[in-house]
Design a protein around this ligand. Structure first.
Ligand SMILES: [Ca+2]
Ligand SMILES: [Ca+2]
Ligand SMILES: [Ca+2]
Length: 394
């Protein structure tokens, strides 16, 4: 209340236009399509946008009976990073023999249920991760990077002895999925690259799972009711699922800001010097995509899409597929400086939002990042400040 009076008072003194924030510029918004879509593609983008952001499921539309939330957009507001009040909880165990709790509702916890149904509880003895929603921007471009490139960046045995290994999460494809052109497989498994542990092959798998596991909405792809486990009629059409996938594929990558300021470019230099770029790869190329606007583009995601052991501090004891409990996929850093906008004005970084500033997130790195973080600690305060300014510009 007092704040409001203060703002009114300020308003009287200065004229309202001075305290109202200016309308955000293009480079401060995360929603919007990549450049170069055809008219038909733009329409499809809009259909997906509506299904993702505006379609709220009700019991009559098939919601639940077990669910976590009622729309994609309620967790992924404005397509930006989500707040810890909209986390997903996944549970399992510390080994990678496959989820031992499938009969008790694993791997994902649905803590809400329609009247007359019992919501799930965490079974005793299980370990779990609480995941905050990542930003959904630029994912189609990441999907279009070739498997061969990802494999070229992996160094599972750390052959060059820089302490950084990095490996793909090899996953078994769901029955409805065909591998992308040029896909590389190992013992019948393929490279996952979506999700915090890279456990989903692509945006289709992530989307079909989200409808089913987050909202209890069955589709042709994931037809099993979350309560009974029985196959039931689709509650969302194939067309809508594919439109949402198209929307996610064609959401533009976040645009950087202030990149020509001298502090920012000095910070960028430091980022490479202290080996942050060993995992957060600044530049890559997309391969061929069925969507022309995504093909052959140079992109700046600051990720290698590979799993890295991040040490005991970031180990939740929860494994997903072959990803070990301390392993996380390098999160893209594009859009980092805009995260607070969609997180209630504050940063909630790392997989569960435990870091409240960029500096805190850096200091919580361990495992393969230890050498890099030691170098960070040795930077002067002025250098650290430049590095942070660079990260905020992304
Ligand atoms: Ca349902
Ligand atoms: Ca469940
Ligand atoms: Ca290495």
């Amino acid at each position: 209340m007092r704040l409001i009076y203060f703002l009114i008072f300020l308003g009287l003194l200065t004229g309202c236009e001075k305290i109202l924030p200016p309308a955000p510029g293009e480079n401060e918004l995360l929603d919007g399509p990549v450049e170069g879509l055809s008219d038909a593609e733009n329409l499809r983008f809009l259909r997906g946008d509506i299904a993702f952001n505006e379609e709220v499921f009700t019991p009559a539309m098939g919601l639940g009976p077990l669910f976590v939330a009622t729309s994609c957009g309620s967790c992924h507001a404005g397509d930006g990073k989500g707040h810890p009040f909209s986390t997903l909880t996944r549970f399992g165990q510390t080994d990678t023999t496959g989820n031992q709790y499938l009969h008790l509702g694993g791997p994902q916890l649905q803590h809400r249920a329609l009247p007359g149904f019992t919501p799930e509880n965490l079974p005793s003895g299980t370990t779990f991760s609480k995941l905050t929603p990542p930003a959904n921007t630029g994912l189609g471009l990441l999907e279009a990077v070739s498997d061969a490139d990802l494999l070229a960046w992996a160094d599972p045995g750390d052959a060059d002895a820089d302490g950084i290994s990095g490996r793909p999460n090899w996953i078994t494809l769901p029955s409805y999925m065909s591998p992308r052109p040029g896909a590389i497989s190992l013992n019948g498994q393929y490279i996952g690259r979506i999700g915090k542990k890279a456990a989903a092959y692509n945006l289709l798998q992530q989307t079909a799972n989200a409808y089913n596991q987050d909202m209890g909405i069955t589709s042709e792809f994931e037809p099993y009711d979350t309560y009974t486990g029985h196959e039931i009629d689709p509650e969302v059409s194939i067309q809508t699922v594919l439109d949402v996938v198209f929307y996610l594929q064609t959401l533009k990558a976040p645009l950087s800001r202030n990149e020509y300021a001298s502090d920012v470019s000095a910070g960028k230099q430091l980022f490479t010097e202290i080996k942050c770029a060993g995992c957060h790869r600044p530049t890559m190329q997309t391969g061929d995509s069925p969507i022309a606007a995504l093909s052959g583009r140079t992109i700046f995601p600051y990720s290698d899409l590979l799993l890295h052991d991040m040490g005991p501090g970031l180990d939740d004891g929860y494994t997903e597929g072959r990803a070990l409990s301390a392993e996380w996929r390098t999160p893209p850093l594009w859009g980092l400086g805009l995260s607070a906008n969609s997180q209630g004005g504050q940063y909630f970084l790392l997989h569960d939002g435990r870091a409240h500033s960029i500096g805190e997130a850096i200091l919580m790195h361990g495992g393969e990042a230890t050498a890099s973080i030691d170098k960070y600690r040795q930077l002067s305060e002025a250098d650290k400040q430049q590095l942070i300014l660079f990260l905020e510009s992304l």
